[in-house]
Design a protein around this ligand. Structure first.
Ligand code: KIV
Ligand code: ZN
Length: 507
């Protein structure tokens, strides 16, 4: 059996599917480029038929990211498969990933179809997908709860029809590692043509077992794992890429397999996905959490100082975790700025460079030292946002003890119109938000507000992430500044712009 595990990243499809995490096509491309640097084998770029935004995202990534295989999801129906085929056309290496549910509960209550019909649909979908590409993956949705004998029949039929990868999803996070591992073993023993396909797994985290189930599957012969950066995804999420990869890497003694992941790119990928989706990483998250390598207990600190491996099973450097480096100051020129951006992996157009450099200069005036993380916070805002309907032009806030906080806000519309109004509020941030709501006519609810410092020190930039809800939709906004009222206002306006832009929703 091969000792190489294929890493199939579905951050941009299953990950992006969770409420409030939606990304525009440019943001998806930014994530895809980082996944490419990270070394993933397959990028599932979206579900092409589900919305024009998804179609656009898949097509854009297929045209721009050439090393990994680019995949699109498709139900086992012709219109989905044809849309996936069209969106993937520009790709150098393309995969259609088609699925239909096979568990009794899904077939009876959701699809209202009998086993034989499902079997026929699955094989027909794979045959049709093979007209667009030789690389076809089939998923029997809810496989972990599917009657094993039926699952074996479906897998045999789709492999005969031309599937080159068969993926076993634990769609509802129901499986337990020993049982899931056994299922993979049983598939290897009971599907006669299984040697013609790669066995993949796709585990959800409803019981917190998605990584454990994925690793148990690898131990039993699975050679592709589907996962997402930071474990984002439907409900409790998907298996997290960083946990699966570091599990296989750190315990190579046990699994005896390798991946092609450049693990030192993990933290950057985690940070980018967190920023663009607005899903913050919990401090105690394995591998990428802020405390993942922090030693608080005196005994542990003493041990680590004497010999690191006493309390660390991997080196922070191995996953790109480390101090944010001091890079630039106010005397740094445009050339040094651009070189640093390139080293950080950013690609910017001339227009983005001019704007980002201006913002960098303003920041360097206020902040003595500018770190890599500051630069990333500045530039990520520039490169992947949809054109905003409103821009913050001016802000004046009055606040203090015994004073009713008030704010005067001036916005510029995308047509160049200037709007100005004032409002009071419970605090300075509330006053700004009220003034902006009056100007934009936006009616929504602030669902979440989080502030963090980008680096350390009194002059650190504050980074604000908000979630704003309106008419059943939730969008996030994010902005960083040394002035936290400004950061709060820009983050809110960013979310409002996204809501007004009508970022796609799935049907
Ligand atoms: O969880 C699931 O079953 C899926 C399939 C479409 C692979 O996401
Ligand atoms: Zn899933």
């Amino acid at each position: 059996m091969k000792d190489r595990v294929i890493i199939f990243d579905t951050t941009l499809r299953d990950g992006e599917q969770c409420p409030g995490a939606s990304l525009n096509p440019l943001q998806k491309l930014e994530v895809a480029r980082q996944l490419d640097r990270l070394g993933v084998d397959v990028i599932e770029a979206g579900f092409a038929v589900s919305s024009p935004g998804d179609f656009e995202g898949v097509k854009l990534i297929a045209g721009q990211v050439k090393r990994p295989v680019i995949a699109s999801l498709a139900r086992s129906v012709p219109k989905d498969i044809e849309a996936a085929g069209r969106a993937l056309k520009p790709a150098k290496r393309r995969r259609i990933h088609t699925f239909v549910a096979t568990s009794e509960i899904h077939m009876k209550h959701k699809l209202r179809k009998a086993e034989d019909e499902i079997l026929r649909l699955a094989a027909a979908a794979v045959k049709l997908a093979r007209r667009f590409t030789d690389d076809v993956e089939f998923s029997p949705e809810d496989a972990a709860r599917t009657r094993p004998e039926f699952l074996f029949r479906v897998l045999e039929a789709v492999i005969d029809a031309g599937a080159t990868t068969v993926n076993i999803p634990d769609t509802v996070g129901w499986a337990i590692p020993s049982q899931f591992g056994e299922l993979i073993r049983a598939i290897r023993e009971n599907v006669p043509n299984i040697d013609r396909a790669v066995i993949s797994v796709h585990c959800h985290n409803d019981l917190g077992l998605s990584t454990a189930n994925s690793l148990a599957a690898v131990a039993n012969g699975a050679r592709q794992v589907e996962c997402t950066v930071n474990g984002i995804g439907e409900r409790a999420g998907n298996a997290s890429l960083e946990e699966v990869v570091m599990g296989l890497t750190v315990r190579k003694d046990l699994f005896g397999v390798t991946t092609a992941i450049r693990t030192e790119e993990i933290c950057r990928a985690s940070r980018l996905v967190s920023k663009l989706t607005g899903f913050l990483v919990q401090p105690n998250k394995a591998i990428v959490g802020g405390n993942a390598f922090a030693h608080e207990s005196g005994i542990h600190q003493d041990g680590v100082l004497k010999f690191r491996k006493t309390y660390e099973i991997m080196h922070p450097r191995d996953v790109g975790y480390g101090e944010s480096k001091l890079v630039l100051g106010k005397h740094s020129g445009r050339h040094a700025f651009l070189e640093r951006l390139k080293a950080l992996g950013f690609r910017v157009s001339e227009r983005q460079l001019v704007s980002a450099f201006e913002r960098f200069k303003a920041l360097a005036d206020r902040k003595k030292e500018v770190f890599d993380d500051d630069l990333a916070a500045l530039v990520e805002d520039e490169i992947s946002e949809v054109p905003p309907r409103y821009l913050l032009e001016y802000l004046h806030v009055v606040s203090g003890t015994g004073v009713v906080p008030s704010a005067t806000v001036r916005l510029k519309t995308s047509e160049g119109k200037i709007l100005e109004d004032s409002a009071s509020g419970d605090g300075p941030v509330d006053a700004c938000y009220n003034a902006m709501d009056r100007l934009t006519g936006f009616k929504g609810k602030l669902a979440d507000y989080i502030i963090q410092s980008v680096t350390s020190g009194k002059d650190a930039m504050g980074e604000v992430t908000v979630k704003v809800a309106s008419q059943g939709r939730v969008e996030h906004g994010r902005a960083a500044s040394t002035d936290i009222i400004e950061a709060s206002s820009k983050a809110y306006l960013n979310a409002v712009n996204r809501l007004l832009h009508g970022v796609k929703r799935r049907g």
